[in-house]
Design a protein around this ligand. Structure first.
Ligand SMILES: Nc1ncnc2c1ncn2[C@@H]1O[C@H](COP(=O)(O)OP(=O)(O)OP(=O)(O)O)[C@@H](O)[C@H]1O
Ligand SMILES: [Mg+2]
Length: 265
């Protein structure tokens, strides 16, 4: 059994309709859970993003900015609830495909300091992996030691978990083919970068932007900022388009796939 886990992120941009509030993309969830089931990766941690569930509610109450007044407390609960609703769709699809998935709610086991994880209980997660479960986490509203609360992005969870679990690989499933020279949704001339080293990534960072849709965690720029930390630990990262058939499957199987591979170099 391969004991080094793979960490897979399914972007909220993929599993929801980011233009319509609280709308899951059930076809995408069904297809992706089929791909995950067929790939049969022995040790896999799944993290999903917020899409049109978490981001709009978190933005309305400025959860990412921390505590300002008491009215935000209900907003925190609503943000978390929205994420658990999306998580339920994902969990149901996974378990329907006979995947022994088990969700871990970040708001119950992680504490951040100015938005960065400082404390996270990983014992249950490690035990789950040993027994053959697939732990499933998601970007969530969490308690914060300095600002009351914060948003812990799925992207930060991915790299933090990959580092702490000694993962062999990170696969980031997004709604674009990978990292481009500029936002491909804005610049039709943007070119896909299929391979780059950490040094090359750092020199390109100023060209990467956020997201055109509501994204309180920084879109592609936020994602790159997070995966850089894992790549520094020599964890190879591949960004693929999870809205297209078999890209996630091929990445999970370690086969050649259209996307962006980032290595330490
Ligand atoms: N240089 C770039 N290359 C690729 N995408 C970019 C770039 N700059 C900005 N983007 C935008 O980043 C978006 C992906 O980030 P976004 O946060 O929206 O998705 P996600 O992380 O999958 O969703 P969620 O945050 O809900 O999990 C793309 O849709 C794209 O428009
Ligand atoms: Mg995002």
């Amino acid at each position: 059994m391969d004991d080094k886990p793979t960490v897979l992120k399914l972007g909220g941009s993929v599993i929801t309709n980011k233009e319509k509030p609280l709308t899951p993309d059930l076809k995408a969830i069904e297809r992706l859970t089929t791909e995950i089931s067929r790939a049969k990766v022995s040790s896999l941690v799944l993290v999903h993003g917020g899409g049109s569930f978490g981001h709009p509610v978190a933005e309305r109450y400025n959860i990412a900015g921390g505590y300002v007044d008491q009215s935000q407390i209900l907003g925190f609960s609503q943000t978390h609830l929205a994420m658990t609703l999306l998580n339920s769709w994902v969990m149901e699809a996974l378990i329907n495909h006979n995947i022994p998935a088990l969700e871990i709610h970040p708001s119950s086991c992680a504490v951040t300091k100015f938005g960065r994880i400082v404390n996270m209980e990983l014992k249950p997660l490690k035990k789950m992996l040993k027994l053959g479960f697939m732990p499933v986490l998601y970007g969530d509203a969490v308690l914060d030691s300095k600002q009351g609360f914060a948003i812990l992005s799925g992207d930060q969870l991915v790299s933090s978990l990959a580092i702490k679990l000694g993962a062999c690989r990170i696969i980031m499933g997004a709604d674009v083919d990978g990292l481009y020279t500029a936002d491909p949704k804005v610049f039709s001339s943007a070119q896909l970068i299929s391979h780059l080293t950490l040094e090359e990534l750092k020199s390109l960072e100023h060209k990467i932007e956020g997201s055109k849709t509501t994204d309180v965690t920084g879109g592609m720029l936020g994602k790159i900022h997070e995966v850089k930390l894992a790549i520094e630990h020599d964890i190879e990262t591949v960004i693929v388009n999870a809205t297209k058939s078999l890209r996630v499957y091929n990445a999970l199987k370690g086969e050649k796939v259209i996307g962006t591979i980032i290595e330490k170099g």
